[in-house]
Write a protein that binds this ligand. Sequence first.
Ligand code: MG
Length: 160
Amino acid sequence: MRIGFGYDSHRLVEGRKLILGGVEIPYEKGLLGHSDGDALTHAIIDAMLGAIGLGDIGKHFPDTDPAFKDADSIELLKQTVERVRGEGYEVEWVDSTVVIEEPKLAPYIEKMREKLAVLDIRPGDISVKAKRNEGMGFIGRGEGVAAFAVCQLRKIEPAL
Ligand code: MG
């Protein structure tokens, strides 16, 4: 069994879509980033890469590479899960938290779990939680969001 941890943050700005966990959420601002800025999916990718000891998202999908401009982060997650399988592991469980002052994410959580359940991962194996930051700091002021994730992998048993 392997455990990995991931963290990400992105700035909230006007003129961008708000995409978290692969779901577009109607809001006056969105997340700035070279890709679609999906901080939640990025934290989950980092947790998976951490669990197999293969660095972080910046190493695999550099933000200097035009190929990843406006990239769909769910596609990057798929590639990461394939990478995990290539190392002989599969995803057993993901737990994650997005910290965002507004909007309320509760209505979108189930949709996010479905979107994040790529390849052979089931929505029931992905936990997504959302919290406000009680008005404190950059999150409280609505300047940005942060996301945290842990991931548990199990070794793929060779077929007999
Ligand atoms: Mg990011």
